[in-house]
Design a protein around this ligand. Structure first.
Ligand SMILES: NC(=O)c1ccc[n+]([C@@H]2O[C@H](COP(=O)([O-])OP(=O)(O)OC[C@H]3O[C@@H](n4cnc5c(N)ncnc54)[C@H](OP(=O)(O)O)[C@@H]3O)[C@@H](O)[C@H]2O)c1
Length: 240
């Protein structure tokens, strides 16, 4: 039977590449985002693939859940849900910091909660969250972004523990990208080991397929994760 995946936040960057990668691997793909024109464009780029598109604003948590529910019904079920939608602002003001929490934390939680319940009722399924290496430690530049990614990491770990403890049958996977060349990182200085969205998508696909609990993208970012996790705060303040 054809496998089905939904990518939340698939209009650009990592999500768009991931949607195309799944489509090229014979999956039926559900894609969401606020920019509905781009959703149609993606479906047009791969005419032989089966895409289902839905306009969704993750910051509107309750309506986002309803749209996800409708999309799953329209697709006749789903095997994998990837929550990729996220925002990050350079030198955010208070309004932007609150927006970061609304999308990356509050909206994420609502969709992850619904997805977990859906898969638990089914007895199987994969819930994937795209967090970041930023989940490991904070930074002086965008503490709100790091805080929301740490929130994602902790919430996903909790769901993974829950599934193991009560044998709910839900695989919960956290993806931690390092730098990827997308709209979000455009013009950002000091980036290293920058991956293309296509390379990131390929590695995410493999990590999900292999049921990794936590996967760094690209893989060598595991080293950075380890390094920043052991640095004392005084040294972190110097090197960042
Ligand atoms: N690029 C990196 O170096 C990097 C590193 C670590 C982690 N990440 C994470 O990877 C994920 C994807 O980011 P990206 O780099 O690919 O950036 P991107 O090109 O800006 O993509 C962000 C995606 O999230 C969607 N999105 C944002 N706000 C939304 C909202 N309120 N409702 C629904 N969808 C929303 C966007 O769709 P619409 O605008 O159409 O709504 C878009 O499809 C994010 O969670 C980001 O934090 C990126």
């Amino acid at each position: 039977m054809t496998k089905k995946v939904i990518i939340i936040g698939a209009t650009s960057g990592i999500g768009k590449s991931l949607a195309k990668y799944y489509a090229q691997h014979e999956y039926e793909v559900g894609i969401t985002g606020r920019r509905s024109g781009l959703l149609t464009e993606i479906a047009r780029e791969l005419p032989d693939s089966k895409f289902f598109a839905a306009e969704m604003d993750v910051a509107q948590a309750q309506s986002a859940i309803e749209i996800l529910n409708d999309l799953v019904e329209k697709m006749g079920g789903v095997d994998i849900i990837v929550i990729n939608a996220g925002v990050g602002f350079p030198k955010a003001n208070l309004e932007q910091e609150l927006q970061t929490v609304d999308v990356n934390a509050r909206g994420f939680l609502a969709l992850a909660h619904w997805s977990y319940q859906h898969f638990k009722l089914k007895g199987k399924g994969k819930l994937v969250g795209i967090s970041s290496v930023a989940a490991v430690r904070s930074s002086p530049y965008s503490p709100e972004y790091h805080a929301t990614k740490a929130f994602m990491a902790s919430y996903l770990e909790g769901l993974r523990l829950r599934s193991k403890k009560w044998k709910d049958g839900v695989d919960v996977i956290e993806i931690r990208p390092g730098y990827v060349d997308t709209d979000m990182t455009k013009g950002q200085k000091g980036m290293f080991w920058v991956a293309t969205p296509e390379k990131a998508a390929k590695q995410i696909f493999k990590a999900v397929d292999a049921n990794k609990s936590v996967a760094y993208i690209t893989r060598r970012y595991r080293l950075i994760g380890l390094l920043v996790s052991i640095l004392p705060e005084w040294l972190l303040a110097k090197v960042l």
